[in-house]
Write a new protein. Structure first.
Length: 385
């Protein structure tokens, strides 16, 4: 089981399955953060297949899938989906059909983390912002506001640690970048066991007073039932006493795009040169006055045209993204702002190394013997002549 609170993955060392890796990925980049139009998750394979070797890549290209099979890879994790729109047929003479055929023949599973990996904290956008050197980040587009609730459970003082340990093995207790969050205070519980009760404390028909601890924490509604079920297994009472309070809590720092501040004020021209150097790319497209003063920058990994309006209504002076259009540049130019198009590939490919490193850290912490490598075959499909 994946526990995003402690980075623990309860998996037997010699019996790791696709389902176990999916739990890890769901803990890091939950599929609920994906856009409605997106297609993420397991696209090829079976959850019960074993995993010993993982590759991470940007695109599930036929040559990447073929090389993964030749290198005995069990799971290919990609950012871009192999199956994006519903398929009416699988023609093995097409790139998608060929990749599907090769993967299934060689028992290669393909898992996709796309816009959920863009939106999640420490995902693609945060890695891009860090590489450029932006600080004090905020979400550029719509920030996610998942329905959360506060769970309160009452437990006898001598069972406090047992129940708390069980709680922190679940998905409960995450607030921002902090995990295992709870609040506890002591009080006295009062109850009278009925004739058919089997009380741990007190006697049938008599009012009992027990020293208890009130434990409260934050739980996503999607996880509430599983958290309650796990608490029941460690709770001593025949009928566990608990309360659930609805909350509306912004999931801080998660959504498409970011806005951040530079360490030092600069100009558009100097910023463009700095971005080229830090991303290791040969060229960028720039729109706006070269001498435009810049201290706040907006970014979006991948295709950023959809967030142009968010940029124009923000306090940022420059927008950095990929696949930006002619009319985007004209709108930015008219607003006396700046635009730097770094290309789709450069804005996202850094997640390949980043995700591979993150998975290796998790596996190492938990003694899981699964090899993870960043695919080194991919190149930007555009060439500069």
């Amino acid at each position: 089981m994946w526990n995003e609170k402690s980075n623990r993955v309860m998996v037997p060392k010699m019996n790791v399955k696709i389902a176990d890796i999916i739990k890890v990925m769901e803990g890091f980049a939950p599929s609920r953060l994906a856009e409605e139009w997106d297609n993420v998750g397991l696209q090829i394979g079976q959850k019960e297949w074993p995993v010993r070797n993982i590759w991470v890549a940007l695109d599930p290209l036929p040559e990447v899938v073929g090389a993964a099979c030749e290198n005995n890879v069990d799971l290919l994790i990609t950012h871009h989906p192999l199956i994006f729109q519903p398929l009416k047929s699988i023609d093995i003479n097409t790139p998608v059909g060929s990749a599907i055929q090769t993967a299934i023949r060689n028992q290669l599973s393909i898992f996709v983390a796309h816009t959920n990996l863009d939106s999640v904290k420490d995902g693609v956008n945060d890695l891009l912002a860090a590489r450029i050197g932006l600080k004090n980040l905020k979400v550029l587009g719509r920030a996610f506001e998942p329905e959360s609730c506060k769970l309160v459970v009452y437990v006898p003082v001598e069972y406090e640690k047992k129940v708390l340990d069980a709680l922190f093995e679940t998905e409960a207790g995450k607030i921002g970048s902090y995990t295992c969050c709870s609040f506890r205070n002591e009080g006295k519980g009062t109850f009278r066991p009925g004739i058919s009760a089997k009380p741990v404390y007190g006697k049938i028909g008599e009012i009992s007073h027990t020293n208890e601890v009130r434990i409260e924490t934050i739980v996503y509604r999607d996880n509430l039932q599983s958290v309650i079920e796990q608490l029941r297994e460690s709770h001593p009472y025949e009928t566990m006493a608990y309360d659930v309070y609805p909350l509306s809590m912004s999931e801080n720092g998660q959504g498409l795009g970011r806005i951040g501040e530079l360490d030092n004020d600069t100009e558009l021209y100097s910023l463009a040169l700095m971005v080229k150097k830090k991303l290791g790319i040969e060229s960028v497209k720039v729109s706006g006055r070269y001498e435009l003063p810049v201290n706040k920058v907006a970014i979006c990994s991948g295709s950023g045209s959809g967030l142009i309006r968010d940029f124009l209504s923000s306090a940022a002076q420059v927008y950095i993204s990929g696949d930006l259009r002619y009319h985007d540049a004209r709108a930015v130019e008219a607003a006396n702002l700046g635009l730097i198009d770094i290309g789709h590939f450069a804005s996202e490919h850094l997640i390949v190394e980043g995700l591979a490193k993150r998975l290796l850290e998790i596996f190492s912490e938990n003694g899981i013997d699964v090899k993870v490598e960043a695919c080194g075959l991919e190149k930007d499909p555009f060439m500069i002549l």
